[in-house]
Write a protein that binds this ligand. Sequence first.
Ligand code: UDP
Length: 237
Amino acid sequence: MKKDGVKLFVDGKRLDGRELDELRPIKMEVGVLKRADGSAYLEWGENKIIAACYGPREVHPRHMEEADKAIVRVRYNMAPFSVPDRKRPGPDRRSHEISKVTKEALESVVLTHLYPKTVVDVFIEVLQANAGTRCAGITAAALAMADAGIPMRDLISSCAAGKIEGKVAVDMMGAEDNFGDADLPLAISPQKKEVTLLQMDGNFTRKEFEEAFNMAMKGCLDVYEIQKQALLKKYEV
Ligand code: UDP
């Protein structure tokens, strides 16, 4: 979107008062839905997201089943009331894309060979959106899967970095995403720091890219700590 003179820094701080390397406030809770096998609720800045996980369970339609492993299916959906201009209900190009990259980001850590001919279904419902919903959705989905007891090699943690008024910054919020210069969503399996999602929108120089990548990586590792706390909290007496 064109900038049209929108200022993204006031007195050297970002519009919501953050430093360049500061994440928005994040809250996570697991086990929030009774009928799901696993679930999570996540607030990340003004994003509010529910994730639900079902399975491993029988595959319908049957032709999708794989003889030697479980499949992972992901549906990312934005509620019509989640954004300022009502979103048309139902799937669109954007939600198909986010569902696909989210599935790929999560699937890599699932021990699919343990449950042949089954499916792990993951639903991500965005109730309120303010930029960074794919990273927030991936983070919530990984928690829901862990809460469901899906055998996984590692969690998946996600965070983006971007460029606003020529400066590299972590975790852009709505106005920064709309009027910023670039966006770099990242998801990793935090123990080995393996990248499971990397997308880019806009332009970075090589140096900026490296800076943004490192900032997003640090953001993912901070998110990982909050995920672990949310999972531990469920088992506290
Ligand atoms: N957005 C919107 N209406 C839409 C889709 C997106 O207002 O139909 C907003 C929403 O706040 C979203 C942001 O644009 O978080 C950025 O969307 P993008 O496609 O970059 O994905 P995200 O940053 O959420 O992963």
